[in-house]
Ligand binder design. Structure first.
Ligand SMILES: Nc1ncnc2c1ncn2[C@@H]1O[C@H](COP(=O)(O)OP(=O)(O)OP(=O)(O)O)[C@@H](O)[C@H]1O
Ligand SMILES: [Mg+2]
Length: 310
């Protein structure tokens, strides 16, 4: 549904985006990940029609909108990372203001606003002043306002930042609902483990480029040269570690409480041999599994690697 081709954004001589290419499938929840200053917000603003690119194309449903930001704005709902303070405006008035900005007819507004406030769970707050809402509520209101023109593509810049754990879970639930309603969603975040739970695909940004794009699992496979295997014996047995140490594919053995973890670089055949070997020694195991690599680890591995290559 969205193709970004050769996007360049220069601020003076500084290249904030450097030939960025990216594609987002309809119906996906696509996560932008990357360190501060990587170019996530810049990309989101360009795709939302709020910032013009120095070079490159933004193609939505096969049509190039690079020179037509106003049309782009109609297709896309954008929630910025920072939003202003609104004095003396009640929640309803705020929503009405945004309906006006998108030329929603007066007669359609009450029902629409009610529906949107329902989605973001702010119905009871409709007569409260925006200023009096908590941060999490303001963020949800901001999400509601980005939906007034029923966009197919939602671009949300760090919608969960600054929220407490409970509010984050609520935000995640709302995004799940929106995805189930058929919206395509692009979301940026620093909370990487959260993105890996929510997203179907992930793009890793660094220094204005996209280092990698794919499903969470694809990316895991690409970068994790070594697996982390975790085993838990029924009883700690001093024969386990020496047995593992003998194996040429095993390194970095760590004993943690009742668990043992190690890096493994061999194939599945070799892995099953290790398990058979332990059982033959009559060592009783409760579990023997591959530990899922956390996104944080991958992220550090990829962006750290990019720095070294510079
Ligand atoms: N208006 C501007 N003028 C000059 N440089 C800018 C401007 N806006 C952004 N930049 C620069 O462009 C680069 C990318 O910024 P951007 O905000 O897109 O990063 P980001 O990935 O969203 O970072 P963060 O995780 O901190 O939100 C940064 O180096 C930033 O300093
Ligand atoms: Mg940003």
């Amino acid at each position: 549904m969205l193709e970004i081709q050769g996007l360049v954004k220069k601020y003076g001589n500084f290249k904030a985006l450097d030939n960025l290419n990216l594609s987002v499938e309809r119906g996906s929840v696509f996560g932008f990940v990357g360190p501060n200053g990587a170019g996530k917000t810049t990309t989101m603003k360009i795709v939302s029609g709020l910032l013009s690119a120095t070079e490159g194309s933004v193609i939505v449903d096969g049509k190039d909108y690079s020179r037509d930001p106003e049309k782009l704005k109609e297709k896309i709902g954008y929630m910025p990372d920072f939003f202003g303070v609104y004095d003396n405006l009640k929640v309803m008035e705020y929503m009405d203001f945004y309906c006006g900005a998108y030329y929603i007819p007066y007669k359609d507004r009450p029902k629409l606003i009610e529906n949107l406030l329902e989605i973001v769970d702010l119905k009871e707050k409709k007569d409260f002043y925006v200023d009096s809402l908590s941060r999490g509520m303001k963020q949800r209101l901001c999400l509601a306002r980005s939906l007034v023109h029923d966009p197919e593509l939602l671009i949300l810049d760090e919608p969960a930042s600054g929220l407490d754990p409970r509010a984050r879970v609520e935000m995640k639930e709302i995004l799940k609902d929106l995805s189930a309603m058929g919206k395509t969603i692009i979301i940026s975040s620093h909370i990487l483990s959260e993105l890996s739970e929510m997203c179907t695909d992930i793009g890793i940004f660094d220094k204005g480029k996209l280092l990698m794009q794919g499903t969470v699992n694809d990316i895991l496979k690409k970068v994790s040269k070594k697996k982390i295997i975790k085993l838990e014996p029924l009883l700690l047995d001093e024969r386990i570690v020496p047995y593992l140490e003998e194996n040429p594919y095993i390194s970095g053995i760590i004993e943690r409480n009742t668990n043992i973890e190690f890096y493994f670089s061999g194939d599945n055949n070799e892995l099953s041999n290790i398990l058979t070997g332990l059982i033959k020694k009559d060592i009783k195991l409760i579990s023997f599994t591959e530990k899922e690599g956390s996104l944080e680890e991958i992220f550090m591995q990829i962006t750290g690697g990019a720095e070294k290559n510079d």
